[in-house]
Design a protein around this ligand. Structure first.
Ligand code: 5GP
Ligand code: ZN
Length: 111
């Protein structure tokens, strides 16, 4: 299930370019276009749904292991996994996404 108007569905289809990190039957991961730190990634279900509550459990179950692998591959010792639902909760793109945001120590910064 995808939505023609959704930018993340377009990224999954390749209609909008992205820096792809991972793809399986149910999950897609790519770098955030406005990274909060180097390696800031987005891990998304291929199933289109705006909020966590719209996504089937079987699709959600495959997301965290991917976020874990990407966190490990980033080399970050510290990182945040964030997932926003709804405007009041700061969601901008209405396709469920998990942010994986490495937290470099102060000496490393963005480089
Ligand atoms: P939200 O606030 O909805 O949780 O976060 C949406 C995220 O999607 C933001 O961090 C934003 O930078 C990212 N984003 C929005 N449009 C694009 C895009 O076209 N490509 C990529 N790679 N990331 C995007
Ligand atoms: Zn979508």
């Amino acid at each position: 299930m995808s939505s023609a108007a959704c930018i993340f569905c377009k990224i999954i289809k390749g209609d909008i370019p992205s820096f792809k990190l991972f793809e399986s039957d149910k999950v897609f991961a790519f770098l955030d276009i406005q990274p909060l730190s180097r390696g800031h990634a987005l891990v998304i279900p291929k199933f289109h749904g705006a909020k966590l509550t719209d996504i089937p459990d079987e699709d959600l179950l495959e997301i965290l292991p991917v976020a874990k692998k990407i966190a490990q591959a980033s080399g970050a010792t510290d990182f945040n996994i964030l997932q926003n639902n709804g405007r009041i909760a700061h969601q901008v793109v209405d396709h469920v996404h998990f942010h994986m945001i490495p937290k470099p120590n102060e000496k490393e910064g963005m480089s």
